[in-house]
Design a protein around this ligand. Structure first.
Ligand code: ZN
Length: 220
């Protein structure tokens, strides 16, 4: 049974987390939209990967160009001259942090949703594996939900299916939704732009692969 007959908009990058959220949304809402962003990331190919997955999932897909956010603050995801942090530093965020990214994405997603008569927003952020990114925390999402509703006099509901689960549980959710292989083979999480199992050594790959191994072992 659908949780809601309405429509939902998934903030969608074509990575493991947002792809799992896309199929979660398909299970719970009668109509699903996926919205991707170009923000000056080095691997713009990720948008084509996202488009391909959205087609497979049979959901409406759109892309917004917000490249200006990459030039506002320096980070290693958009600036090729910065060497990427392989570990989370003791003091604060890794340099893969794009300041304000989720704030911009969610705000634009809400305006887009409003235009399409959608009030459910879905994002794959997780506090469990938040890697030091402040805009992945539950308190930020709750605060933003209130702010968006006040800003547009709407009743948006932000859904965060992954907020309190870790990477291995995210794999379990993908399996439960029947898309373990699709998520494993078609998504791009790797900071070095390698699809599927990835480069194996960047922080995103480490997190993803450790979670997958843990989940696969738990199934045995
Ligand atoms: Zn990688």
């Amino acid at each position: 049974m659908k949780m809601n007959n309405g429509a939902s908009l998934v903030v969608f990058s074509g990575g493991q987390d947002s792809t799992t959220c896309l199929f979660w949304a398909k299970k719970h809402f009668s109509k699903v939209y996926a919205l991707s962003f170009v923000y000056g990331q080095k691997h713009v190919g990720e948008v084509e990967i996202a488009r391909h997955i959205a087609e497979k999932a049979g959901v409406h897909f759109d892309v917004m160009d917000v490249s200006f956010i990459g030039s506002l603050g320096r980070n290693s995801l958009t600036d090729t001259s910065i060497k990427m942090d392989e570990e989370k530093p003791e003091d604060g965020c890794p340099n893969t942090f794009v300041p304000g990214r989720n704030l911009f994405f969610m705000s634009i997603a809400a305006v887009y949703a409003r235009e399409h008569g959608i009030n459910h927003l879905v994002t794959g952020v997780s506090q469990t594996d938040f890697s030091g990114y402040p805009d992945c925390r539950d308190s930020f999402i709750k605060s933003l939900n209130v702010t968006l509703n006040l800003a547009m006099d709407e009743q948006f509901v932000i859904h965060t299916p992954l907020m309190w689960i870790d990477k291995s549980q995210t794999w379990a959710l993908a399996d439960e939704l029947g898309v373990l292989d699709l998520v494993r083979n078609e998504t791009l999480t790797c900071y070095n732009g390698v699809k599927g199992d990835g480069c194996g050594h960047c922080p995103a790959c480490k997190l993803r692969n450790e979670g997958l191994n843990k989940y696969l072992l738990s199934k045995k």
